[in-house]
Design a protein around this ligand. Sequence first.
Ligand SMILES: Cc1cc2nc3c(=O)[nH]c(=O)nc-3n(C[C@H](O)[C@H](O)[C@H](O)COP(=O)(O)OP(=O)(O)OC[C@H]3O[C@@H](n4cnc5c(N)ncnc54)[C@H](O)[C@@H]3O)c2cc1C
Length: 479
Amino acid sequence: MGVRWDLALGAWDLTADPDMPLSTSTVDALAAVVGAGGVLTEAEDLIPYSFDGTAALRQRPEAVVFPRTTAQVAECVRLAAAARIPIVTRGSGTGLSGGSIPTPGSLVLCLAQMDAILDLDPRNLTLRAQPGAITQRIDEAAARHGLFYPPDPGSMRISTIGGNVAENSGGLRGLKYGVTRDYVMGLEVVLPSGEIARFGNQCVKDVAGYSLKDLFVGSEGTLGIITEVLIKLVPRPAARRTMLALYDRIEDAAATVSAIVAAHIIPCTLEFLDRVTAVCVEDYAHVGLPTDCEAVLLMETDGHPAVVADEAAEMEALARQHGARDVRTARTEAEALQLAAARRNAFSALARKRPTTILEDVTVPRSELASMVRFIADTAVAFDLQIGTFGHMGDGNLHPTFLADERDKDEMHRVHEALEAIVKRTLELGGTITGEHGVGLAKKPWLRQQMGDASLGLMRQIKLALDPNNLLNPGKMFD
Ligand SMILES: Cc1cc2nc3c(=O)[nH]c(=O)nc-3n(C[C@H](O)[C@H](O)[C@H](O)COP(=O)(O)OP(=O)(O)OC[C@H]3O[C@@H](n4cnc5c(N)ncnc54)[C@H](O)[C@@H]3O)c2cc1C
């Protein structure tokens, strides 16, 4: 495909034409596969598919197609391949790295209508779903059998399981339960050739051949189109305790996290809000957060009731020993949800403040957390920017969130400079440019710096082997 992402411009280079525009005959052939109502080509219908959750990135596709079955996906891929039209797969479009932003001249394959939960097997503790199934519905289906699907991205009420697998999404419970990859047992994938391949099965142990399903987890729509997901479920924890600890110093919140882990307690949630974020959340959700503390830690433990009670008492004591000015424990489920809402509402609360919200996603080793949070706060001052930071402190995963206005060129320039400084510092501290949102377009400029030439070269060879015509999500992750 001819169009390239220009690293210097931070935009698509539209001087290179797409190889071939979408012809009427291809549109007709796609409509014959999915039905006339399953293809959108009118400019106004394409607008909602021109952006995702990533600020300041948009590009109109040539058409949007809504397949309902794997066979339809495969046929659409064959038609697009024959016409050399790039395909950008889309779930709910909540991505935060520009992964589902259309490549110029592309066809968006939106899998939101393939949303069935196909099977829940309580004997094998597995669930099979189409890729468009909403993450929260999967956990709700599991809950009806006393089971649990732990990965809970903040977007779980709207994100799809296909998008979660493609991004290897994390969530608030990642510290104890891991991320999406840890639950994927099998995948059905339509390859760029249009072939349908299946990887994995319901067996707990399986070492037959290369672990190819793992190649597709986190592949961001660049290697294949995930059309079915087989996931592992676990028993639902019998009890949970939720607490909020409030601090006057960020370092004390970070020290509490280290002390809890050193005490061999692995809470399901250890989430952090800085003061800028806490003020916005209180203004938005009125959950009773003080607006003068420097850091808020949301702590949750779950499991057997006796263990939960012990761990909660120990976590409270450790928080107080490490300088918490107050620790609040939820007495009821409603109170627990209210405390957790303080963290879950962070993005929405910050997004109300300025027209453009740029949610970043750096991760550092936990030992470097306090230094990284402090560096981000200093960077905000140095570049005269508003940055609210929240994140999964137990995982070392921080979301510095820039509150800006994309119409203000000078401010956006400062945002990019500040982001460059934050990414540089992250890498110096042994961290990663993305802990869960993926590379897409947003983190592409820094992938080489993190991975080095040999690793990036290997990734290119894998892409070339699977997708020699660069049909799937071209220009994402790397050129
Ligand atoms: C408010 C908010 C909170 C969020 N919180 C979190 C969080 O806590 N943790 C986290 O990890 N992320 C979070 N995200 C980011 C985002 O929700 C996740 O990346 C999510 O997994 C994307 O799912 P989606 O269905 O919206 O995928 P999309 O945005 O539509 O697509 C994401 C990527 O996956 C590819 N893709 C989608 N479906 C398929 C498929 N079936 N086959 C192949 N490729 C596919 C796309 O091409 C694209 O590259 C948040 C986003 C928002 C807006």
